[in-house]
Each structure stands twice: as C-alpha cells, then as structure tokens.
Write a protein that binds this ligand. Structure first.
Ligand code: NAD
Length: 423
C-alpha cells in the first residue's frame, strides 16, 4: 500500500502533496513495505498551546508545533514559521521535505520543521519576543545542538533566532549558539547565511540554463514573493544578466517588461515594506504574475501556488522553486506535458540549509569562515548536487523532482538498512 493511502488528508493538503511526491519516487526504489512506511512517517510531533502576555496586559493563547521527520542521517534541521495559516499537516510536509533536502545535497541531517499559528505583523516587537521565548521554552524538549537545530523560515528572522538561542541558553545556564542557525553574525551566525538560499537559487538557475542551452543574458524572470529568498535571488539573477520583469509580495506586485532594477526594488521594499508602488512599474496581481510570459519563473512565497488549475496558463521555460512546495503534484504533470522544466525545492532552495550546516559546524568548532569560503563551498555543493540529480533523471528518465527525491530517499534508506531496525 502506498504511504499516501495510509493517511487520510484533504486534496491539495500539503502533507497529502508531500506523500504523493514521496510515493512517485519511492515506486522507483526496491523498498520493503515497512521501510517505505517508516521513511514516510514523521518520527515525532509536538503540539503546544501556550499563553503570551500582550502589551495591553491581556493573555492570548497561541498554538505551535515542532515535527521531527527523520533522524536516520543525523540531528534534525528545519526552520520555524510564523504564519496565520500554519497547520500540523503543513509542518509535517515541510519537515519531510527537509529530510529529502538535506539528503539530496549530502548533509548529515534529518528533517524537521516548526511553526506558530500567528500573523507576526500584528504583534509588537515585545509581543513577538515574548511569544518566541515561550514557544522556544515549550519546544526545548525537542531542541538541542546535537538533536534538533531550528533556523528561520517565513515570518521569522535572525532576531527571532537570537531570542530562541538566548532562551535555550538561559535554561542551560551557559551560551549554546549551535542550537539554532540563521543567527545574527554578532552572536555566532555565519557570513553569507542571509543570502544563502537566494544565492543557491541563482546557482541552480545558472546550471540549469547551461544544461538546457538557454542564454541567461536578457532572459526574463518573474519572482513571486519578494522576501529573503526572492529578493536575493532577484539581485543575483540580475547580476547573471537576467531581466527581472515582475515581483510581488502580500501587498501586491509590480511589472515592467523592459526590466526592473533589482537593487532599487530591494531598497524600495525595505523603505516601504512592499514592492507595490515601485516607480516606473505597473501593478500586477499575484495570479497574473504567475501567468506572465517569461523565461524563468521563481515562486518564492508559499506552497500550493501553481496547481492543476493554473498550470495550463503558466508561460515559462523554467520554474525554479525558491519556496517549499509551490508546485502541486497535479501541476507537475501538467507542466511536464507542456515541456516546462521544474528545479524542485529540495534542490533549488537548499542553499539555506547548506550554509546553516556551515554555521553549525563553525559554531561547534568556534572557528569562523570568511564569506568567500562560505560562498565557494556553497557553490561547490549546489553545482555538484545539481549534476547528481540530472544524472539520475537521465538514467531513470524521470523529471528532476522525482530524480532528486529518488536520490534523497535512496540515501536515507541506505543509511537505515546499514543502521538496522532497533532493537
Ligand atoms: P519571507 O517571509 O522573507 O518572504 C516571503 C515573501 O512572500 C514575503 O515578501 C511575502 O510578502 C510574500 N508572500 C507571502 N504570500 C504571498 C503570496 N500569496 N503571493 C505573493 N507573495 C507572497 O520568507 P522567506 O524566508 O523568503 O521564505 C519564502 C519561501 O522560501 C518559503 O516557502 C520558505 O519555506 C522557503 N525557504 C526559505 C529559506 C530561507 O533560508 N529563508 C530556505 C529554504 C526555503
């Protein structure tokens, strides 16, 4: 029985989508039934409901999660998301994706994810700090430098990681910087971490363009989600010669087919809080942005953006998944039939966890690298991983997503067979 059939979940649910993707790849591997189920299921899941004292002295109850998907390859690694739509199934799916992401690029980690159901924009800085410190305390039974190492995700940032690290350290009685990555450099963060995911997106886009014999000079790029990942990807793709023609965030989008100045767009976003209203550009909705004719489409907002419904109207050659899970399995089929290539999330956005791994290693050794060393090592791992995935795709005659998942699942399964089933 497939892992998907074992879990009842609504259609297009992120966990359902993650299981469908898993099943597609697992079908190519000679996995025993029990092993296949074990690989699909999260190892442990924690749900917490906790109080936070708000600025007006009222008390609000929040719900948070931390899920460890797999501990086969090593400690678990995965971000913490603050978003009003966070659900256990979303966190499960993202934790599973983290397992495959770490495995496909060869990191000694399993996957995890955490999240709190909250719109962080509606909290004051004080409230955000209180919420973070209480959530960190609640999940501290799941977290440690040797066991589970969180990082930023949507709605969290280096400051939030600093609070998590400080809270954990206060409980221990000594500083434990390696309990989180994506920290500010001043407290043990790594050079290059903030840019790492967007940099990785640019590296795999360059590698894919070379493979597909596509000239990036003047290639048009549309970016959905102009946050940490999308904005850095835009700046670096522009440096590679691409023409950024559209970008969006939750407050709206902008388009100019002659090109947008990526650096100025970042300045505008930092100053105003949104890309909307950028001078010299027209407004565009998020729906229209996805359907804009372009050479490269970079969804870097949230999951489930390109579905069976809108996939027939996507007009691009290459989709680079900056976000986790932006293309649903149903949409993958439509895109494949239309010869649109997808660089899957577990490869395309792995730059963040790769540099998080460097940060963790630097923290444990108390020996810090230059930004050049970080970027050179990131470049090497991203390019090597891309080549491995393409080789599997050619050998098995499958799409890059399935190839990446085959490589990742095979690696975790191999480690599991070698370790054996306890007791
Ligand atoms: P972020 O919060 O910095 O940025 C997200 C951006 O998307 C914001 O600009 C937000 O306004 C926008 N957005 C949200 N919903 C949108 C919608 N429906 N349409 C258009 N824009 C929308 O988050 P981030 O860290 O850049 O993460 C973005 C994605 O990348 C997530 O899927 C995350 O899981 C994934 N990711 C992030 C990292 C990392 O290192 N930050 C690493 C790997 C994957």
């Amino acid at each position: 029985m497939s892992a998907q059939a074992l879990v009842m979940a609504p259609k297009e649910d992120p966990w359902d989508a993650a299981l469908r993707q898993f099943d597609r790849a697992a079908d190519h591997l000679p996995l025993k039934r029990g092993i296949r189920e074990f690989l699909a299921y999260p190892k442990r899941e924690l749900t917490v409901h906790f109080p936070v004292k708000m600025d007006d002295d009222s008390v609000r109850i929040f719900t948070g999660y931390r899920v460890h998907h797999s501990t086969v390859l090593g400690p678990t690694k995965g971000g913490i998301r603050y978003h009003q739509d966070v659900s256990l199934n979303e966190i499960r799916a993202l934790a599973m994706l983290m397992s495959w992401k770490c495995a496909v690029v060869g990191l000694p980690y399993g996957g995890a994810k955490g999240g709190v159901v909250v719109n962080p924009k509606q909290l004051s800085v004080n409230e955000l700090e209180h919420l973070t410190r209480r959530y960190a305390t609640e999940i501290s039974i799941m977290m440690s430098p040797e066991g589970d190492i969180p990082a930023p995700d949507v709605g969290t940032n280096p400051q939030v990681m600093a609070w998590v690290m400080d809270t954990y350290s206060m409980h221990r009685g000594y500083s434990t910087p390696s309990v989180v990555t994506g920290k500010p450099v001043a407290i043990g963060g790594s050079q290059g971490r903030i840019e790492a995911t967007g940099r990785g997106v640019a590296i795999v886009t360059r590698e894919a363009a070379r493979y597909l014999e596509m000239n990036l000079t003047g290639a048009t790029v549309a970016i959905q989600g102009f946050g940490n990942v999308g904005s850095v990807a835009a700046v670096l793709l522009a440096k590679l010669g691409c023409r950024i023609i559209a970008a969006s965030d939750t407050s709206g989008g902008v388009v100019n087919t002659r090109g947008l100045d990526a650096d100025r767009l970042v300045e505008h976003k930092n100053r105003t809080g949104s890309v909307a209203g950028f001078p010299g550009a027209d407004a565009i909705t998020n729906t229209a942005l996805l359907e804009l004719p372009c050479d490269v489409l970079v969804p870097s907002a949230l999951e489930g953006q390109i579905t069976e419904e809108n996939a027939p109207r996507i007009h691009t050659r290459l989709i680079v998944e900056g976000a986790n899970g932006p293309v649903t399995p149903g949409a993958d089929d439509v895109l494949a039939a239309r010869k649109i290539t997808v660089i899957p999330d577990i490869l395309a956005n792995a730059g963040g966890v790769i540099v998080s791994y460097f940060e963790w290693v630097q923290g444990l050794q108390q020996f810090f690298w230059t930004e050049e060393e970080v970027n050179e090592n990131l470049e090497r791992i991203m390019a090597r991983s891309f080549a491995h995935v393409v080789a599997v795709a050619q050998e098995r005659r499958v799409a890059w997503r399935t190839a990446a998942l085959i490589r990742a699942i095979d690696r975790v399964a191999g480690a599991l067979y070698t370790r054996g089933i306890y007791p």
